[in-house]
Design a protein around this ligand. Structure first.
Ligand SMILES: *[C@@H]1O[C@H](CO)[C@@H](O)[C@H](O)[C@H]1NC(C)=O
Length: 169
């Protein structure tokens, strides 16, 4: 009986840890990376319609669909094995906004991966440090972040308005 219980506990433990790996959005057990860990070559990034950051090597991919923040994050994970984009410099912020204006002249904003949905402070979905931000206004409560394409300023929004979005791999 004891052996059976031990085996049961062991099996449940394995199933639980397997699930934890599969659900990346909720997975807090993986240590957060301290810098972006880009995996795509410039050519592979271009094949996905993305652009490479010169400083971090991240591949930024604008997605031509509107989704809520959470649906956008899940799309970045399933389509690219990535995250909603983290942005680490004013240069990359403008680079992404310029590229968006060129590709999608008719849209006015897009989500990036900064939110306080999961804790009291703002965090990037890819776990990298918040070492740069470009907010123009301060709102309170649960917020996600969109970028205003006219100014490249960041705007705190509710997380439920469907918007275009940028993934990073
Ligand atoms: C984005 O999608 C719209 C509507 O499906 C399409 O007309 C447009 O050409 C697409 N833009 C790009 C850059 O793919």
């Amino acid at each position: 009986m004891t052996n059976f219980l031990l085996a049961l506990v062991f099996t449940v433990g394995i199933v639980a840890s397997t699930n934890a790996v599969a659900i990346r959005f909720d997975d807090v057990s993986t240590p957060a990376p301290t810098t972006p860990k880009p995996t795509l070559s410039t050519a592979a990034c271009a094949d996905l319609g993305g652009i490479k950051s010169h400083s971090t090597g991240q591949c930024f991919i604008h997605v031509n669909e509107t989704k809520t923040f959470i649906q956008a994050e899940l799309h970045c994970e399933s389509a690219f094995k990535g995250y909603l984009a983290s942005v680490h410099s004013a240069f990359d912020n403008l680079y992404i906004a310029d590229f968006a204006r060129e590709l999608f002249p008719t849209i006015d904003q897009y989500y990036i991966g900064l939110t306080n949905l999961e804790s009291t402070s703002y965090a990037w979905q890819d776990g990298t440090p918040v070492d740069y931000s470009d907010f123009q206004y301060n709102n309170y409560g649960p917020q996600c972040t969109t970028v205003d394409m006219k100014t490249a300023n960041w705007v705190k929004t509710d997380c439920f308005t469907p918007a275009y979005f940028v993934c990073t791999v």
